[in-house]
Every structure is written in structure tokens, then in C-alpha cells.
Design a protein around this ligand. Structure first.
Ligand code: SAM
Length: 281
């Protein structure tokens, strides 16, 4: 029996290739092509974009991206056992799927994709946050991508989109929202995966801003935010005192009460603080 895309069902493919999931590679596979199609559609205009997919595995999301009309998919997969399965998908969609075997943390994809580029991935949890941070902090802005549509553990997704005053608000929220707009577009229960992970997952859709939300030097902002959230329960006059002997005055000058805690300071506030520190440096 074939599927809506004319290829065999994923369960048959996985059984035929003896692809047992490996925990060390963060392998939790999505089996339902209706679900992967819904995820693919969250990415926006597929037909007019090249897609970078990290960790295609047996290709549930890859097939959906291609079936939904992606111009081209470049898929980076570390597990060589998946390559014959992906080769069958590539043959079904001539000239639209390119697979690179390797570690997404090492591979240089420049030259393989044409703008506009969208990144879509059910990321291996062990490298997901690291990849997100790299995509958000390239050497030059704008980055190579227009949007990122990524699956994370729900708790990480909540940190990415969190607003000031919430428990989840922190470095990842500020790093993301300073340069991009982020929202959770889907939640996915553990039962949708084989094998089921312990936690609920969520898909985050991130679109880049052309200009940063508020001006600031990236290195200073990163240092201030990291220092402030290192001791998030402390008042800023205490958690930031290592940054300057005049930290109370600097905070006041930036419009932030020295008794405030990091989790209540907006991105605008942190940017003002970074600018004031630089002005006095
Ligand atoms: N996309 C498939 C799906 O939705 O069913 C598989 C998702 S599974 C959570 C993560 C995939 O990433 C696995 O296929 C795994 O082999 C691959 N992977 C793990 N670490 C990787 C890395 N560093 N670089 C590239 N792929 C990696």
C-alpha cells in the first residue's frame, strides 16, 4: 500500500531497512504524514523557497516538505543508516532533494542553497539549542535564512518565546526576540513519535527582523544578559556589580531600578543598559 505521496508508509520503510531508533542520536521519529504536512505548512511559502532540514531520519518531514511543494530540500543527516531511505525519496522527487551525510554542527552549507531559505527541522534535542544559537548569531546580519520552523521540547520552546515577568524568560528569549519574532505554532504529544519521548514537544516559528528590535552592541548585550541571568533571583545592583563600580548609576541612567531582577527587565531595558555601559567604557 502506498501513501498520499506515492511512497510506502513510513512504518514499512523503517521495518524494511531495519532502522531501530538510537537514543544517542536523539532519534524519535514522526510517523504520521498528515502531521508532518501540518508542520511543513507552518513554514510559509515552500514553493518559492529552498529548505534546509537538519536530521531528516527516515524522511517523514522531508517527504511532507517535498509533497507540499518545496522548491528544493537540502537535508543534513548524521546517521548513515538513513541514506538509502532518503535516496528513494530523492528518486521520487527528481532534482529537489539533496542529502549531505554529516554532523550539522560541522557542515558548511553555503553554496548549496538559494535565497530565500527557510530552515525546517524536527531537531535532535541534544543539538537543537546549539544550532538555534548559531543561526541567531551569525557574523553578519541578515543571516542566510528568512525563517526557522523548529521542533523543541515544549519547555525550551516556552523559553524562546517568553515575555518579561515569566519564569521562562531568560537568555534564550532575549537572544531570539532581539533579532527575530518567535511564536509557538503547534504542540505535539509524545505519542506522535516512535519511540515516544518523555516530554511534550512544540514547534516554534521564527522570522528574522531586518533591524534589531533596539540598538545595542551584540557582545555587550550578550555579556550583560548572561551576567544578569546567572543570578536571576538577585537584584541587578548585586548581580551586575562585576560589570562596573558605578552599576547603580548606570542602571538608573538606563531607566532600570537597581533593585529590579533580571526576569522583569524588557529587551529594550537590557539594550539601554548595554548602550550605557558602552558609552561609559
Ligand atoms: N526528521 C525526522 C522525523 O521527524 O521523524 C527525525 C527526527 S529525530 C528527532 C532527529 C534526527 O537528527 C535523527 O535522524 C538523527 O539521526 C539526526 N541527528 C542527530 N544528531 C545530528 C547531527 N549532529 N547532525 C545531523 N543530524 C543529526
Amino acid at each position: 500500500m502506498s501513501n498520499i505521496d506515492g511512497l510506502p508508509p513510513l512504518r514499512e520503510v523503517i521495518a524494511a531497512h531495519g532502522l531501530s531508533a538510537r537514543k544517542s542520536l536523539g532519534q524519535n521519529f514522526l510517523m504520521d504524514l498528515n502531521l508532518t504536512a501540518r508542520i511543513a505548512r507552518q513554514a510559509g511559502d515552500l514553493a518559492g523557497s529552498d529548505i534546509l532540514e537538519i536530521g531528516p531520519g527516515p524522511g517523514g518531514l522531508t517527504r511532507a516538505l517535498l509533497h507540499e511543494g518545496a522548491r528544493k530540500v537540502l537535508a543534513v543527516e548524521k546517521d548513515a543508516r538513513c541514506l538509502p531511505i532518503l535516496a528513494d525519496i530523492a528518486a521520487h522527487y527528481p532534482h529537489r532533494l539533496q542529502v549531505i551525510e554529516g554532523d550539522a554542527l560541522d557542515i558548511d552549507i553555503s553554496g548549496h542553497l538559494q535565497a530565500p531559505v527557510r530552515v525546517v527541522a524536527n531537531l535532535p534535542y541534544n543539538v537543537g539549542t546549539e544550532l538555534l544559537i548559531r543561526w541567531l548569531t551569525p557574523r553578519t546580519w541578515p543571516p542566510f535564512w528568512d525563517s526557522l520552523t523548529l521542533m523543541f521540547q515544549k519547555e525550551v520552546a516556552e523559553r524562546i518565546v517568553a515575555a518579561p515577568g515569566s519564569k521562562a524568560y531568560g537568555r534564550l528569549s532575549i537572544l531570539t526576540q532581539w533579532r527575530a519574532e518567535a511564536r509557538i505554532v503547534m504542540e505535539i504529544s509524545p505519542q506522535a513519535f516512535t519511540p515516544p519521548p518523555k516530554v511534550t514537544s512544540a514547534v516554534v516559528h521564527i522570522t528574522r527582523r531586518t533591524e534589531m528590535l533596539h540598538p545595542a552592541n551584540e557582545a555587550t548585550l550578550t555579556r550583560v544578559v548572561a551576567t544578569a541571568f546567572n543570578q536571576r533571583r538577585k537584584m541587578l545592583r548585586s548581580s551586575l556589580k562585576g560589570l562596573s563600580a558605578d552599576i547603580e548609576a548606570i542602571l538608573e541612567q538606563s531607566g532600570i531600578a537597581p533593585t529590579e531582577r533580571a526576569e522583569n527587565v524588557s529587551i529594550e531595558g537590557f539594550c539601554a543598559l548595554a548602550r550605557e555601559l558602552d558609552r561609559r567604557a
